[in-house]
Design a protein around this ligand. Structure first.
Ligand code: ZN
Ligand code: ZN
Length: 352
């Protein structure tokens, strides 16, 4: 049976451009939440997840018929013992509320973990007054416990910028339960880090972890608009959903109804037109790109369709081999920007 993994736009299915990682003056960003909404809607975005550091502050006043402000926050767990600060490992995780009114911090601490202006807002954060302070522990179990708390409390949980965090396989291979990981983080890119984390994603998938991947801005807007180091608009997610409502968007996140794009501050990256799977075959259509790759857990031949110099390709067909338990697609344009599909586990597709 045919599985439509990314549908063509139309027939009641709409694509919404989203930035799922963002900082404002509520923590260490330079723009107010209102300014962020204005600049992103001007660029055609419909969704921004507000994920200021460590304080869960709702932004429902910004949500209207053309814009959804997802309520969230970013939690960091620092390795307290090893090395001095620039070499200290850390793990950053975003919690995005699946229900708009779910704004209770389930990892609340009365005195610790504020960053930038966040401490000024700590008293506004909804929390259980009888719960003891939650102490974050930098370890596989500690991070997995934090993730589980978020998931159990109704949050979409993402594992952020492993490269910037100085984390490697012995660290992230012990993190369990996240919904998604950042395959690309534009803010980290623009600080000079190689947060193009396809290999990290593959490592998690090879462990059997059914995780989605996101490209995000993680914008702080420390550089002026138009500056080449500005960290807005370069990492985004295209979410497909029947309509632009808070819960429809978060349902799409839970279901993996999105793909991710790396562009630049001034130019959108390549995009998918459709992605389908049927009886071991994968059919891809994209905007014009230099190459389309199928990435999987196995070493198989003929996993790339590539254009001749000066030309583009916009479709590819791959026949999966028996050993290819999961696959994902990356389309790369001539400027090196990419569209990343989520990974799909073949057995699950064959069940449908
Ligand atoms: Zn972070
Ligand atoms: Zn961040």
């Amino acid at each position: 049976m045919k599985n439509v993994l990314i549908p063509e736009a139309g027939n009641g299915m709409n694509f919404y451009r989203a930035n799922l990682h963002c900082h404002t003056t509520i923590s260490d960003g330079k723009k107010t939440p209102e300014e962020v909404k204005e600049m992103y809607t001007e660029q055609g975005y419909s969704v921004v997840a507000y994920t200021d550091h460590n304080v869960l502050i709702p932004h429902d006043d910004l949500t209207d018929e053309n814009f959804v402000a997802l309520n969230g926050y970013e939690l960091n767990i620092n390795d307290p013992f090893k090395y001095h600060a620039p070499k200290r490992k850390t793990c950053h995780v975003n919690f995005i509320a699946l229900e708009q009114d779910n704004v209770t911090d389930v990892c609340y601490h009365r005195t610790a973990y504020a960053k930038g202006n966040a401490k000024l807002y700590r008293d506004q954060v909804k929390h259980d007054p009888d719960a003891p302070d939650y102490v974050r522990v930098y370890s596989g179990d500690g991070v997995s416990d934090l993730i589980a708390r978020g998931r159990n409390a109704g949050f979409f949980v993402t594992y952020n910028h492993p490269t910037w965090s100085l984390e490697s396989y012995p660290d992230y291979s012990n993190y369990n339960g996240m919904n998604a990981m950042e395959i690309m983080n534009f803010g980290c890119f623009n600080q000079g880090y190689d947060d193009d984390n396809g290999r990290v994603y593959d490592d998690l998938l090879n462990q059997g972890k059914k995780v989605f991947c996101l490209a995000t801005d993680d914008n702080h807007n420390r550089y002026p608009d138009g500056d080449p180091l500005n960290d807005s608009f370069g990492g985004y997610t295209m979410i497909f959903a029947p309509k632009l409502e808070y819960r429809e968007i978060t349902k799409a996140l839970e279901a993996g109804h999105f793909y991710s794009v790396q562009g630049t501050t001034s130019k959108r990256g390549p995009e998918f037109v459709s992605l389908e799977y049927e009886n071991g075959k994968v059919f891809v259509r994209t905007t014009g790109v230099r190459k389309i790759n199928l990435i999987s857990c196995a070493r198989c031949k003929d996993r790339m369709v590539v254009a001749a110099d000066g030309e583009t390709v916009n479709s590819a067909e791959f026949v999966l081999k028996e050993d290819e338990v999961w696959f994902r697609i990356v389309a790369t344009d001539w400027e090196g920007n990419k569209a990343y599909s989520n990974a799909y586990f073949v057995k699950e597709l064959d069940k449908k």
